[in-house]
Design a binder for this molecule. Structure first.
Ligand code: SP5
Ligand code: ZN
Length: 320
């Protein structure tokens, strides 16, 4: 038995030609080829348990996103011609999440992928990997941004939380502002994130240490900002603190928002993690011995992304 990997080609429907940075059009970093790289490397390395997602009710998306927001994305997306691109003026926080003709369908497919994997974990699978895009952790209740439209990890955590408490460990390079805000006042879902200091990196306005949750969620939001240039050993030290938070919370399920943009050769980010370190990181996470859903977030070095994913999954295999 190897770790089930949930994947569909439907993400290919979303492939915007450019993003706007400082008023200048640049090549879109969140490329469809990212997942091609991951799937090819997984198959080559013996991860053969690949599963197509099943369709879930759209009602599960409404648990985390406003209905008007969802229908805005659907209508605007379906109203575009094949090669048209829209930078919407509503429901948007930045210039990194344009809408194209296939964006809505691809975003729904990512939710199906993550919920299919969540269902496997809920059914007793120790670990499942949702290979999805577009990513999700920057998407808020009624806003898209940072390559994200629907918050896949938050929707899955909400789904799992009906059966018991959930910890979300977000190891993407960027702070998951969308996921933080989704559970900020909740006592049944812990959010812990390790990311580049928002003083230096996207999303700039959230991810600071003093954001700790409110009301019943007070103390259950933990941010660990790290400086640009962070290397393996510095990261490992912080990961241990984050894992201690998860242990203390003692959840029924773990959701890992797995961004691989912390890699030393990521084209748009500034940490220095090496490929073998991802295996070590995963081993430490696996030592929690929690039913674990791995959700793909960022990671933009298309060439090496597959090797990073393989290294990461190897760390989980050891605990089987
Ligand atoms: C899911 C995820 O990782 N989203 C990241 C969004 C980050 N967007 C900031 C992109 C800035 C990219 N362009 C910088 C090029 C400088 N020449
Ligand atoms: Zn990221």
């Amino acid at each position: 038995m190897t770790i089930p990997i949930v994947y569909t080609d439907r993400h290919l429907l979303h492939n915007p030609p450019y993003e706007i940075y400082d008023g200048v059009k640049e090549s879109y970093a969140e490329k469809a080829k990212r997942l091609t790289s991951i799937m090819a490397a997984l198959k080559k390395n013996g991860f053969k348990n690949i599963i197509e997602p099943r369709k879930f009710s759209l009602e599960l998306i409404t648990q985390m996103h406003q209905r008007q927001y969802i229908s805005f994305l659907q209508k605007r997306s379906e109203g575009l011609k094949k090669d048209e691109l829209l930078h919407p003026s509503y429901f948007i926080t930045d210039t990194y999440a344009p809408i194209t003709n296939g964006t809505y369908d691809a975003a729904v497919s990512a939710v199906d992928v993550v919920l299919t994997a969540a269902e496997l974990v809920q059914g007793g699978e120790p670990t499942a990997y949702a290979v999805c895009r577009p990513p999700g952790h920057h998407a808020e209740y009624k806003s898209m941004g940072g390559y994200c439209y629907f918050n896949n990890a938050a929707i899955a955590a909400e789904y799992l939380s009906k059966k018991g408490s959930v910890a979300i460990l977000d190891i993407d390079y960027h702070h998951g502002n969308g996921t933080q805000s989704a559970f900020y006042d909740r006592s049944d879902v812990l959010y812990v994130s390790i990311h580049a200091d928002p003083a230096d990196a996207y999303p700039y306005i959230s991810g600071f240490v003093d954001e700790q949750g409110v009301r019943e969620g007070k103390g259950l939001n933990k941010n660990y900002p790290l400086p640009l240039g962070t290397n393996d050993s510095q990261y490992a030290e912080t990961l241990n603190k984050a894992l201690a938070d998860v242990r203390k919370f003692n959840p029924k399920y773990l959701v890992v928002s797995a961004g691989f943009d912390t890699y030393q050769h990521d084209p748009i980010c500034g940490f220095r993690l090496t490929i073998p370190f991802y295996e070590q990181m995963a081993q430490s996470i696996a030592e929690l011995k929690l039913p674990t859903l791995i959700v793909q977030e960022g990671g933009y070095n298309v060439k090496d992304l597959g090797d990073i994913a393989v290294s990461f999954l190897k760390g989980f295999k050891k605990s089987e």
